[in-house]
Write a protein that binds this ligand. Sequence first.
Ligand code: XMP
Length: 525
Amino acid sequence: MPESSQNRNWSKLIYHENVLILDFGSQYTQLIARRVRELSVYCEIIPYYDAAEKIRETRPFGIILSGSPDSVIREGSPALPLELFKAELPVLGICYGLQLIAASLGGRVVSGGDRREFGKAIVDVSEQDMLWTDLPDQFQAWMSHGDRVETLPSGFKVLARSGGLIAAAGAPDRRIWGLQFHPEVVHTHHGTDILKNFLFKACGCKGDWTMAAFVQSTVDSISAKIGSDRAICGLSGGVDSTVAALLVHKAIGDRLTCVFVDNGLLRKNEYETVLQNFLERLHLKVVGVDARQKFLSRLRDVEDPEQKRKIIGEEFIRVFEEQAGVHGDPPFLVQGTLYPDVIESTSVRGPSAVIKSHHNVGGLPLDMKFQLIEPLRELFKDEVRKVGEELGVHSRFIYRQPFPGPGLAVRILGSVTPERLALLRDADAIVQEETERAGLLREIWQSFVVLLPIRSVGVMGDDRTYENVAALRIVTSMDGMTADWAKIPYEVLERISTRIVNEVRGINRVVYDITSKPPGTIEWE
Ligand code: XMP
């Protein structure tokens, strides 16, 4: 989709500062990006093999090399693009990044043997350096490496050690540094200070990535791109599509038509409530479409979750195309795609590492007629919420729990039927009521029910029952990339379970999911 990849560069119109994070496949790469953005510096994650082109194209202020599950000693492991050093930009290598710098410039990396480090370590600063500005001489850091740097390339010096091993090294006159530990994880004390010293002192960034600047530059680029044309936007009721629609509305006013589709996969009363809120509070031009039959008939007997996603993604587009015909044939379709969706759908490790097709990234039909406008594809969820606040959106919208595009279809394991949807809706409504009543909404990321494709035996009154099992999923998270199961009070769990079994005829057992992400995902699919 060439159009959507062009969208990535929109906001550069105003931002001057840009740092590139070369992804070598570490599980922490997104976390590095988050930390950099928390310091108000715009950054992008790119696969390491795209570095040369991206450096030419974006002229970044500096480069960060991520970690990797690979080993630089292994033949064929991801290598450092040599253009990197020709560009004479400040470079910070993290873990594998440090080892790669060392190995590429003539140093020696060896397998850790019994000297591998995982978990907390104490780092001793051995040489004063700009990276350590305002840091103590000793601090706790998080290590996760098997290999280690044994000999540094010439011109490099050891800047810190942990347990006698090299914990940080650099050639400050060439503006190259490397850390064996992970400054991006919270267990590394002062990790953010180290990144800040690199960005502000070595790269010369000032921190011009603010939400106000983002709104301004995005609205300008949308105006430039759409010109005097029209656009159509699919609203889901969640914060992402709402904020995306508002940005486009700011740029082109009522030439934007928003469509809110009842696909039959929404939660209880959701269609009516959300539609009313859009019209009364946000003053967008919104059309409601009842497409329940279309979606549900295409989903009949479909059990595979990826197939469900593809069908739903395609059906959404068909509804938008139909609506476009009625509303002046706009050539542009606005979507609330976020950065994590983009990252998860285009992994450096190739398609095998793609966990699922997010319906608004991986699942679009190839013959789609629209050009995409995705103003949020560079943002994390919490940044979108800040943009929403910047735009004056009511907190009820901003702090609404995320709800997947494919809706309840991914929370019914097995085939989706009207009967199972009704069961799930009733159970889900109880969870929403009880988590809200317990005042837990701000603490938790999501609370919902998954309807399992199994039945279990129970007793109610004097009767034996043989009914459905519901799994309760309540998680805390910053951005949905990682999550923990929520330790909510037993009394709340008890109330939810009792109410579901008593009030929802057809469910006789409730179980609580105590899996974090990773290794689990939030949705069960
Ligand atoms: P997973 O299940 O991948 O979910 O751990 C991470 C977060 O993303 C939400 N999610 C989606 N959001 N379209 C969306 O807009 C989708 O297709 C989609 N799938 C999952 C999920 O609810 C969780 O918050």
